[in-house]
Ligand binder design. Structure first.
Ligand SMILES: *[C@@H]1O[C@H](CO)[C@@H](O)[C@H](O)[C@H]1NC(C)=O
Ligand SMILES: *[C@@H]1O[C@H](CO)[C@@H](O)[C@H](O)[C@H]1NC(C)=O
Ligand SMILES: *[C@@H]1O[C@H](CO)[C@@H](O)[C@H](O)[C@H]1NC(C)=O
Ligand SMILES: *[C@@H]1O[C@H](CO)[C@@H](O)[C@H](O)[C@H]1NC(C)=O
Ligand SMILES: *[C@@H]1O[C@H](CO)[C@@H](O)[C@H](O)[C@H]1NC(C)=O
Ligand SMILES: *[C@@H]1O[C@H](CO)[C@@H](O)[C@H](O)[C@H]1NC(C)=O
Ligand SMILES: *[C@@H]1O[C@H](CO)[C@@H](O)[C@H](O)[C@H]1NC(C)=O
Length: 439
């Protein structure tokens, strides 16, 4: 897959004497870095990264794209413009990019690299043209992760930038990356959180961001740390580490990780892992061997197929039987009262362990198992996926919050820390102060 990939480091905002310093020193970055935000203004919570788009008037425009670890292709709010001269022809506050025509081989390659079939998808056509261009644009089918509907953005050649990092601080060094993506009209993003104007694909697709970074000098690891509140910034890194969170400036987060293999399933660019059992207080519920466990950043809560959900909720109910119950709040079926007669109950439920074949456990502690739905009610944040669900388990974003996850795509393993809160830090603790990259 040799795309028009080209990786360039731009050194901007450097005053001239720093240029000289740069010539004599080695750059010390080990990753690219994206700040992460949680959004709660949509029916389900969603998470975005901040990135840099066009460079105008000596500064970058910034945009927020949803983090989607399953999407095959990146798409966002932009306009196709075949003739970018004069540059001022792009409306202000819009992003203009170059189209890929349906006559170009990339169009058929991308269209045939995956098939997103959905009854709401109209057939793909080559009918649309741009005034004066003479070629047809290349629409592709993608799923809107907010409402689940089919969307047909049109293929483009795109470019984004991220700050480099040594794992401790961001640097004033920008990395530009050119990728194939697709443009959809602004109206497509009405259901999205405010300020979010695209979907960034982090899947194993050859057209998702990791595949492009794979060809850079950095080893491909995707490290994800989702924050639990909209007011905090979490962090997403590309690059194999080290990674640090305050206040532990001497603890490389990789030393806190356990690993389990990442599995592939044909016809899907999602990430899968093998789970043997779910254990709650020394009692295990076995997961049938032939079933799959998928990871998703656009599913808000972990979903269990009914044959697993039922014994899990029974067990959880038993181990919390002394706690006062509240009326269930959909989509949850077991809710507890966290304040009774004005006194806060001692609120600490037993851990839930996901047991992996190699003996390692991903431990889900209270902050990731109980969702506070009102001031005095918290619910067991696992959802019944029904009997016919495709996957035995879909691990959702709430269970990933304040956990450090490393998708090591080179070695196909998932590194997981379990709750960082039990290790006296959190995903909100990255030091975003710009650091010095010269050394
Ligand atoms: C990159 O770093 C610059 C300088 O510290 C900062 O202003 C900008 O917001 C950063 N960009 C992103 C996407 O974090
Ligand atoms: C679009 O155009 C290309 C190149 O002309 C052609 O190979 C392809 O079959 C067309 N696709 C559709 C859906 O019409
Ligand atoms: C998305 O699909 C639902 C039905 O599944 C429909 O009611 C809704 O109008 C669709 N939204 C858009 C923006 O097309
Ligand atoms: C993959 O494993 C090898 C050997 O353990 C290690 O040197 C390399 O850094 C790993 N790759 C990533 C991306 O971490
Ligand atoms: C709460 O207060 C009411 C009335 O004062 C009392 O009947 C009830 O037992 C109390 N509940 C608990 C759990 O203490
Ligand atoms: C993982 O959990 C299981 C069941 O709860 C337990 O038997 C096992 O010792 C745990 N493994 C580790 C490495 O803690
Ligand atoms: C954050 O990083 C800056 C730049 O490296 C450093 O000066 C500062 O001490 C760090 N903050 C903390 C709390 O460690």
């Amino acid at each position: 897959m040799q795309l028009f990939l080209q990786l360039t480091a731009l050194f901007l905002a450097l005053i001239s004497h720093q240029h000289e310093a740069l010539a004599q020193t080695k750059l010390t970055y080990t990753s690219f870095l994206f700040p992460v935000t949680k959004h709660t203004d949509t029916p389900k919570p969603l998470y975005s990264i901040e990135l840099m788009t066009t460079f105008v008037n000596m500064q970058f425009s910034h945009a927020n794209f949803l983090i989607d670890i399953e999407a095959p292709l990146t798409w966002h709010d932009c306009i196709l413009e075949w003739n970018r001269i004069p540059e001022s022809s792009c409306p202000t506050n819009k992003l203009c990019t170059s189209p890929i025509s349906s006559e170009e081989h990339e169009c058929s390659e991308i269209r045939s690299s995956y098939s997103y079939q959905n009854p709401s998808c109209p057939p793909l056509t080559n009918s649309s043209t741009l005034p004066g261009w003479g070629f047809h644009t290349c629409p592709v089918n993608v799923m809107n992760p907010v409402d689940g509907n089919c969307t047909q953005p049109e293929l483009n050649g795109d470019s984004f930038a991220a700050n480099a990092s040594d794992g401790r601080n961001p640097f004033l060094v920008y990395h530009d990356i050119n990728i194939y993506a697709a443009c959809a009209p602004s109206s497509t993003f009405e259901s999205f959180p405010a300020q979010v104007s695209g979907v960034m694909a982090f899947s194993s697709s050859p057209y998702a961001l990791p595949a492009y970074y794979h060809q850079s000098s950095l080893k491909t690891s995707l490290a994800l740390c989702l924050p639990s509140t909209p007011s905090d910034h979490g962090v997403l890194f590309f690059g194999s580490g080290p990674y640090y969170l305050l206040p532990h400036s001497d603890v490389d987060l990789r030393s806190l990780l356990s690993y389990t293999p990442l599995l592939k399933h044909s016809d899907s660019f999602s990430y899968y892992i093998g789970v043997n059992a779910i254990s709650i207080k020394r009692r295990s519920i076995d997961i049938p061997g032939s079933t799959t466990t998928k990871l998703s950043t656009t599913e808000p809560y972990t979903t269990l197929r009914s044959d697993i959900y039922n014994p899990v909720i029974r067990r959880f109910s038993v181990v919390t039987k002394r706690m006062p119950r509240a009326e269930p709040v959909a989509p949850f079926s077991l809710c507890l009262r966290t304040i009774t007669n004005g006194t806060r109950n001692d609120f600490n439920v037993p851990d839930i362990d996901f047991n992996f074949p190699n003996g390692k456990n991903w431990t889900i502690s209270t902050a990731n198992s109980m969702k506070q739905v009102t001031e005095d009610v918290a619910c067991f944040a696992f959802v019944d996926g029904g009997l016919a669900s495709d996957h035995a388990i879909v691990i959702g974003a709430f269970q990933m919050e304040n956990n450090f996850l490393v998708f090591d795509l080179e070695n196909s393993t998932l590194g997981f820390s379990s709750s960082l809160l039990t290790k006296d830090t959190s995903c909100a603790n990255f030091n975003f102060t710009t650091g010095s990259f010269l050394n």
